[in-house]
Design a protein around this ligand. Structure first.
Ligand code: SAH
Length: 393
């Protein structure tokens, strides 16, 4: 049904069926469309959320406060609008398509092909790499210019399938007052209350720093925070983001392979750990094209287990570990956490109480976990669990 968009092998579909059962098709549809709300987190160290809303509204931007998280505000996503296929077309790459789908203009580097006879001023349809129409716009370049240019707008978008404000173009973004983050991701840092006396918070897979930045804001710069990541380029991106938010003085950013923190930093004994490891990202939306197989899930879960073991080793007695992913498979979520509880005698799950989301879908402790489902909650697909260490070894 979604074969033009989602290329998932049989085994992966079976794994998803274990989570969604008869609602599998609804789930697959939901991840191809955006949530109705586009969330940003307000940097409360710089501005009060109410004040931010007033500023945006005074410029005619529609924006609302979240019902529960006071630092969360959202912009309604409009659509879907119908997009016809005109005679002249431009193919955008996957990355550019995802922005155009929500109303951005198409920049020349994102063009992969175009009808040869396109001239400036022509109306064209923008298509994804697999030929799905996502917007109609006016060409600002001829086809040959589009292919040659390394910068500039190739097509100015008039109608797109969905429409939402361009966060990165807002002055509030430039001034570090907001950070793009999904609603479920905002619960992760909040749930471990990282502002108690003597808190040492370690974010094991931190870049680009979404949760790290949230910890800084929740603790108002008082928690000692160490953000680890392995990727040089992502660390640079994280440093830029922390700088934009004004958080640089409050975070240590260290490059390391976090699977070996217990070996490389034997003295490290955090009171709180955020473990948000790489995952198959099946809950991230909207997807315009995604090719994955069950083996991706298996290798992600092996990797996640390595981080989990290390996290448990370095966590201080009575410390809290929050484990989260933006994916939906049991293998990468409940199964990792249940295995930790089973294999480490000093680890116990903490029941998450939250008015949002729903419980885990598998395992003895399933009622302790928090899940967000694209179908039910209209959010990113997300999983959160909290573990506490009860002894020192
Ligand atoms: N927590 C982040 C998102 C993390 S995405 C946020 O909220 O913004 C997963 C991150 O894990 C990526 O940045 C990736 O570079 C990092 N990563 C992957 N393998 C790693 C390893 N072995 N050690 C440390 N970080 C790793």
């Amino acid at each position: 049904m979604f074969s033009q968009i989602l290329e998932y092998d049989e085994s992966l579909l079976r794994a998803l069926h274990r989570v969604y059962g008869t609602r599998l098709q609804d789930f697959l549809h939901a991840i191809t469309v955006p949530s109705r709300r586009l969330y940003v987190r307000v940097n409360t160290m710089k501005i009060d959320p109410g004040e931010l809303i007033d500023r945006l509204r005074s410029r005619g931007i529609e924006v609302y406060r979240d019902e529960e998280i006071k630092e969360a505000v959202y912009f309604p996503v409009k659509g879907p609008y119908k997009v016809d296929i005109l005679e002249k077309v431009v193919y955008a790459d996957k990355y550019a398509s995802e922005s155009v789908y929500l109303g951005s203009d198409l920049y020349a580097p994102g063009v992969i092909d175009c009808s040869e006879d396109i001239d400036r001023g022509n109306e064209v349809t923008i298509l994804t790499p697999t030929g799905i129409p996502i917007a109609i716009g006016v060409a600002e370049m001829s086809c040959s210019e589009m292919k040659r240019s390394r910068q500039g707008i190739a097509v100015k978008t008039i109608v797109s399938t969905y429409r939402a404000p361009k966060i990165r173009n807002l002055v509030e973004y430039r001034d570090g007052l907001i950070y793009s983050q999904s609603l479920p991701a905002m619960y992760v840092a909040k749930l471990i209350q990282p502002y108690e006396r003597n808190d040492l918070v370690v974010d094991m897979c931190a870049a680009p720093g979404g949760k790290t930045g949230h910890v800084v804001e929740l603790s108002r710069g008082r928690a000692y925070v160490i953000a680890f990541d392995h990727s040089k380029s992502k660390i640079l991106e994280m440093k830029r983001e922390l700088e934009r938010l004004g958080h640089t003085p409050f975070v240590e950013v260290w490059r390391a392979d976090s699977r070996y923190l217990h070996v490389d930093f034997p003295w490290l004994r955090p009171t709180k750990i955020i473990l948000d490891p790489p995952c198959s990202a099946l809950g991230v939306r909207p997807k315009l094209f995604d090719r994955k197989s069950y083996s991706d899930v298996v290798s992600a879960s092996r990797y996640q287990w390595q981080f989990m073991k290390t996290a448990i080793k370095i966590l201080r007695k009575h410390g809290l570990l929050v484990y989260s992913t933006c994916t939906v498979t049991i293998e990468e979520n409940e199964a990792i956490v249940e295995r930790a509880i089973e294999e480490f005698r000093c680890i116990e799950p903490i029941e998450i109480r939250c008015s949002r989301g729903s419980r885990g879908v598998w395992g003895f402790y399933r009622d302790y976990y928090l899940r967000f489902h694209p179908i039910e909650h209209d959010t990113t697909g997300y999983f959160i669990a909290i573990l506490r260490k009860t002894c020192n070894d």
